[in-house]
Design a protein. Sequence first.
Length: 464
Amino acid sequence: MFRRKSIITILAAGMVLSSGTVYAQTISAPNAQSDTAFDNKIIKKISADNMYSTIALLSEQPREAGTEGEVRAVKYIEGQFKSLGFETKVIPFPIYDYRTNHVWVKIGGLNIEGAEPRAFSGSVTGNVTAPLLNVGKARLGEVPDEVAGKIALVERGDITFIEKVQNVLDKGAVGVLMYNNSSNGNAFGQAAEGQNIPSVAITREQGLALVEKLKSGSVTATLDVDIEKIEKTSYVVEAKLKPSKNKDTGQIVTVGAHHDSVHGGPGANDDASGVSAVLELARIFAKAPIDTEVRFLTFGSEERGLVGSSFYASQLPKDDVDRMVAHFQMDMIGGRDAGADNPAGGLIMYTIDGQKNLVTDLGAAAGVRTMGVAIPYGQLGRSDHQPFHELGIPSALFIHSPVEPWYHQPTDTIDKISKEKLQQAAEIVGASVYQIARPETPALENSRVAAGIVDYDFEDRPVD
Ligand code: BES
Ligand code: ZN
């Protein structure tokens, strides 16, 4: 933690901190000039054509996590980092798919009439035959002891699925048969890890018929659920660019994007665009003088719920976390049709808590220098900046918002990519990262070369 605080203090000499503190020697023309000179070392080298070619290649096929498409992308990305001489690691992690082979419910030995029952998501495989007991909505304290050894017939509503399953499980039930509380079919239900009894959803009509049947005597039911858990592998690609040993602040800046796409989606903008900028900045930073480790990352399984970035965050040594001072996430930064008529092509920086931080301070200022616009900020998760924020690292998502109409569609293809948007976003992130990583950074205590500051605004902009 000490180190992270120290960089903020250093930068504070020439910046308005996100806390709002204004330091005496702040904006001055010489600062802006020297910033521009430093920017030029990076941004003059950025090639939108390079990024465009990367996107064209990556979007030739979908890159859904756990598929051959992801592996192909990972190999390409790894190859690029290696050819640049980075210390490169491909970090595998497991992801799980579930295939339902069958879900059978029998009443008195006969298949239940009507709609085909459905297993809860997260239900275990199991085959139980036992008396059925109506336990109402299975609220806490309302489940009778006599449910032990029986299958609980439960009505949906009032409390969560997981709570209901737990309440009957705690009393020794061997299965859950839950009926809907509306006439909306049977596509519902969730069981949690460790709730090891089969849990099945049926329609309201089917459930009420059973409630009636139970009034006139005992009913034996069978729940036969066969779900296959299929383990697959997804990956994070990590490439470290280390500063020279004799000029090392010990700090780390991370720059990330996700390489996976949704099922069947070429994901040109989401997020081959971000990956292309990660690779392009890696190429340029490889030759730039730095005193701070710059770590380039691409994540798999973002589209499954930030699984890759969460895994990556969870396996970081504490010492690394303490040294991480900023995370820049680029996700959807090339959409020709994104951003509507907003300034800066709609580029915006989203933070998890809706607060400014070091990343947004640097991004807004770099926006002024590179395109004359103080990039606004807003509040949004939905991408891999989240796990970094949760580790206490200043983080933001760079994206054009509102997003384009073909977000997550098979039509998210290379022809919708704008080289101009790619160039602008990469310049802003590249210039911002370089503000931290350039060797003159310690001189930021000396306001003569401190980063220029800008005012920038919060925007509550609809994103899709
Ligand atoms: N690139 C999107 C994030 C996004 C989309 C942000 C639209 C803002 C507007 C990302 O890949 C994504 O689709 N995220 C998921 C959430 C994630 C936790 C599975 C989403 O937004 O549905
Ligand atoms: Zn995305």
